[in-house]
Design a protein. Structure first.
Length: 83
């Protein structure tokens, strides 16, 4: 949310996803949990919801984006296709 305060930390998005009809939903909060969650997603029938929870804040040397949202989507889809 761009570093803005949010109440999202109090919402169980995986449970919301299941209530909305997703067949499976998982939430991870550590980098080493992501590969197994992505493999589970790949091996499962969809729709599948994966929440990746991150800590607030940003690196002090973090620059501004150099790619458009569309380019980001294309790069993300290409990465998923390789899984």
């Amino acid at each position: 949310v761009g570093g803005q305060p949010t109440n999202g930390g109090n919402i169980n998005f995986a449970q919301v996803a299941l209530a909305c009809g997703y067949s499976q939903a998982t939430s991870v909060s550590k980098a080493d949990e992501i590969p197994a969650a992505l493999q589970k997603l790949k091996d499962s029938e969809g729709p599948y919801f994966l929440e990746i929870r991150s800590l607030p804040g940003a690196r002090s040397d973090l620059g501004r984006p150099t790619s458009s949202p569309g380019q980001n989507k294309d790069a993300f889809m290409a990465m998923l296709a390789k899984l």
